[in-house]
Design a protein around this ligand. Structure first.
Ligand code: 13P
Ligand code: SF4
Length: 395
């Protein structure tokens, strides 16, 4: 069900090529895996929608398709459920009867689904190259080295790791092993509160912005309570004294998509559209979040717009597939929704899952062939599960 673009949705100008190319090449070291090996149908095939429908019908209850809110419309159309990272993790765990979980999202989400589902279930990512550049910013080796630095500074014993869902299974396993929890953008404050009951400091991985925004905006800490650990510098670029004085040790990672929004974007839109409400994702930089009216996960963004009165105006700072879909959906209700930035801001790796990849994955499953299975090493999975279950049990 593709809807026409409403007249009042201003499509932003194209962004620099580099951003669009993110995730295009094969990179075996990346969390995102390698190029998709599949024999894909041509994007121009006029029967793709029909083929996806037929394969899904043939599979029936054997398959459960999950779709993250940043997925393309053509993919969302075939999702049994849509959600933010937290909701999708819960939904995957709640379907033990489905033999195949087709995850339309990115690699770390499919890994989490594999960890949370039963041994008999198989998780499929329609394109193995759909990863997350933020998750790639913290490798297992770098995090182990960081823990050594914290140990030398005498603070590891009182530090609890809290890792954003947007991290590899290895990082989740490290977190579980060291008594920490996973969080998403919808429960980060609860995760930090829990962690501060277990220890004195938090090592927050890998998104510095979510960590800082939650600590400062939501929990009233000061910017001085936070230090930034740079994995590319010896000792993280911090002294033992700085580590001892900090409450939040933030990993120097970020989302390149949300990094596009700036304070200028907020000021510009307020000038252009008087009375506009600025609603942004907490992966945005601190000055953007501080200047916004509302901040929350993709699910929160949708709920806020659902509850908004007719005639209200909104500038949204998150990925463009979602913003465009919401602008289309709410145009008929007289809610004006614009994109916060002036240039295109798709998540190119989320965008890798398109209809040809989905058709290929579904038709292969329907023919009895499991393709692009995401399978986490059992030891890594056991420790990751510990951390994920701590998150699912958060009060
Ligand atoms: P949520 O959907 O959990 O808000 O996360 C956004 C995101 O960046 C997923 O990669
Ligand atoms: Fe990763 Fe950012 Fe894309 Fe989310 S939007 S999957 S954090 S690169």
């Amino acid at each position: 069900m593709t809807t026409a673009q409403p007249l009042d949705f201003q499509a932003p100008a194209p962004s620099p090529l580099a951003l669009l190319l993110l995730g295009r090449e094969a990179d075996p070291k990346s969390e995102r895996g390698v190029e998709c090996p599949g024999d894909l149908p041509a994007p121009s095939d006029p029967d793709l929608v029909e083929r996806a429908r037929a394969a899904k019908a043939k599979l029936g209850d054997k398959v459960f398709v999950l779709g993250h809110h940043y997925q393309r419309d053509e993919v969302i159309e075939f999702a049994d459920v849509t959600g933010d990272s937290f909701k999708l993790a819960r939904d995957a765990a709640a379907r033990p009867d489905a033999e195949y979980i087709v995850f339309c999202g990115v690699h770390f989400m499919a890994e989490s689904a594999d960890i949370l589902t039963t041994a008999g279930q198989q998780v499929v990512l329609p394109d193995l190259a759909a990863g997350c550049s933020m998750a790639d910013m913290a490798t297992a080796e770098q995090v182990a080295e960081c823990w050594d630095v914290l140990t030398e500074a005498g603070v590891a014993d009182v530090t609890v790791p809290v890792s954003y869902m947007n991290s590899s299974a290895d990082i989740k396993a490290f977190t579980g092993k060291h008594g920490g929890t996973i969080c998403t953008s919808s429960n980060a404050e609860r995760a930090l509160n829990w962690a501060f009951e277990q220890g004195e400091k938090i090592l927050f991985l890998p998104d510095q912005h979510l960590g800082r925004n939650t600590a400062v905006r939501d929990m009233g800490m000061s910017l001085d309570d936070c230090v930034l650990y740079n994995p590319h510098k010896p000792g993280g670029g911090l002294t033992a004294e700085q580590l001892r004085g900090a409450k939040m040790i933030l990993w120097r990672g970020h989302c390149s998509v949300h990094g596009r929004f700036s304070l200028d974007s907020v000021n510009d839109v307020r000038e252009r559209i008087p009375g506009v409400n600025v609603l942004v994702h907490p992966e945005c930089r601190h000055e953007v979040v501080a200047a916004a009216d509302y901040v929350g996960s993709t699910e929160y963004i949708i709920k806020t717009l659902e509850a908004a009165p007719a005639g209200s105006k909104w500038a949204i700072g998150t990925e463009l597939n979602l913003v465009r879909r919401l602008a289309n959906r709410f145009a008929g209700e007289g809610k004006e929704i614009v994109f916060l930035d002036k240039t295109v801001c798709f998540c190119s790796t989320m965008n890798r899952i398109d209809l040809p990849h989905l058709v290929w994955a579904l038709e292969s499953l329907a023919a009895g062939k499991v393709v692009n299975r995401i399978e986490v090493d059992p030891e890594v999975a056991a420790f990751s599960k510990l951390a994920l279950e701590r998150m699912l049990a958060l009060p």
